[in-house]
Design a protein around this ligand. Structure first.
Ligand code: NAD
Length: 380
């Protein structure tokens, strides 16, 4: 039986520091039965030298490795060009941004590559260990508060000094999902006074249990999908939310926004008027920036200082600043997916299982066809 080849190329997205394969996950894949190759320099941004991969049993890949690989691991979507270089029957695992990348999905199908979209892994208990959205969001929430705190002209905790009392900074977190809850916990640990809001009423209890205040705004009927995602609000509800949050924003030193809608553009929650009403020196960290952003005037990749002195951070991927930890959990998520589908006796990934919820949820293309119901030609 030939040994299947797993390959992890370097990420090409500007500023990306994470890697989909760590020395630890490489060792686990070797143990599982793969020959593992990596593009030299793969782990540099995450603090992993090539030598660590060699010690784990992996080898360096070259220009031909992509074409020979049975399994390709990446953080982000590949270029159309690199999909064309893969061999039919190979499996590709990464984030794919499938709702915005129809052409890329068709390209995978045309190349006969089985593409797995990590965004689509169902949010079930069994699949929790494969959930990259959660593993990355948690670190993003942490890193966003650390970044915002570093740019704030204030200390976060209260300090009693002989020269006077320094009041604790106020942090307002909009959206208390995975990222938001970690942002709340981080800001609390740093000594800030924290307030939060989310449209899903079920999170009030979680916010309180972290020692933060939950801002109550009556929006009428809101809710969440079976997968735990927030549903879009009506324009009237958004307007009510904005009015309800204006005071909290005006009093905040740091505003962290994390409000996303799965597969859709994020809602603008901080209007120009609300930003104009904030204090000089305050900082906004918008964790929804890659999905359009929650803040009017925010620009991905560029910090914006408004005329009234509010700093809107342009960072769109906070987790890349904790690349070693982010890579560790991302690679562990991938390893969990591979292990779940690994057929050791046949030394292959069994993608022909029927009735597997994780496969049905995350496999987008197989055997030259788009197999995911949301993206099949019939659904288009
Ligand atoms: P997300 O990243 O899609 O959204 C972030 C937060 O923004 C959510 O809490 C959402 O309710 C909120 N939001 C959306 N629109 C808003 C608005 N207009 N104003 C304020 N807040 C708004 O969501 P997420 O953080 O990935 O997770 C959402 C839920 O799913 C959480 O309850 C989480 O615990 C749950 N979850 C479950 C599993 C599992 O069961 N395996 C895994 C991951 C997450």
């Amino acid at each position: 039986m030939p040994t299947p080849l797993c390959y992890a190329p370097c990420e090409t997205h500007p500023g990306e520091t994470r890697c989909a394969l760590t020395p630890e996950s490489a060792a686990a894949l070797v143990k599982l039965g793969f020959a593992v190759r990596f593009e030299p320099g793969l782990g540099r941004g995450a603090g992993h030298l090539d030598e660590a991969y060699f010690a784990a049993g992996a080898q360096a890949g070259d220009g031909d490795t992509l074409a020979a690989a049975d399994l390709v691991l990446r953080i982000r979507k590949p270029s159309a060009d690199s999909i064309g270089k893969m061999k039919p029957g190979a499996v590709h695992l990464s984030l794919l941004d499938p709702f915005n990348e129809r052409a890329l999905i068709e390209r995978f199908a045309a190349a006969g590559v089985a593409a797995v979209s990590l965004e689509l892994v169902p949010r079930t208990t069994l699949a929790q260990k494969m959930d990259v959205l959660s593993s990355q969001a948690s670190l993003a929430g942490y890193a966003a508060v650390v970044h915002a705190a570093a740019r704030l002209p204030l200390a976060l905790p209260m300090m009693m000094t002989p020269a006077g009392t320094l009041l604790p900074a106020k942090v307002f977190v909009i959206g208390a999902g995975v990222a938001g809850l970690q942002a709340i916990a981080t800001a609390k640990r740093l000594g800030a006074r924290v307030e939060a809001f989310d449209t899903r009423p079920v999170v009030e209890e979680q916010v309180r249990s972290l020692g933060a205040k939950f801002l109550k705004i009556d929006l009428g009927q809101t809710g969440q999908s079976a997968g735990g995602y927030a549903q879009a609000l009506t324009p009237e509800q958004i307007a009510r939310q904005q009015a309800g949050m204006a005071k909290a924003c005006a009093q905040a030193d740091i505003v962290v926004t994390t409000a996303k809608l799965f597969g859709r553009k994020s809602p603008i929650l901080l209007t120009p008027e609300m930003v104009a009403g904030m204090r000089a020196g305050s900082v906004i960290a918008d964790l929804a920036l890659e999905a359009g952003g929650n803040t009017a005037g925010a620009e991905p990749g560029r910090d914006v200082l408004t005329p009234n002195g509010v700093l809107i951070l342009g960072e769109a991927c906070y987790e890349r600043h904790v690349a070693r930890h982010a890579s560790q959990v991302f690679a562990a998520n991938l390893l969990a997916w591979v292990t779940h589908f690994w057929d050791g006796a046949a030394a292959r990934l069994a993608l022909d299982r029927t009735g597997d919820e994780i496969l049905a949820g995350s496999l987008v293309t197989l055997d030259g066809r788009i197999v995911h119901p949301t993206f099949s030609p019939k659904a288009a």
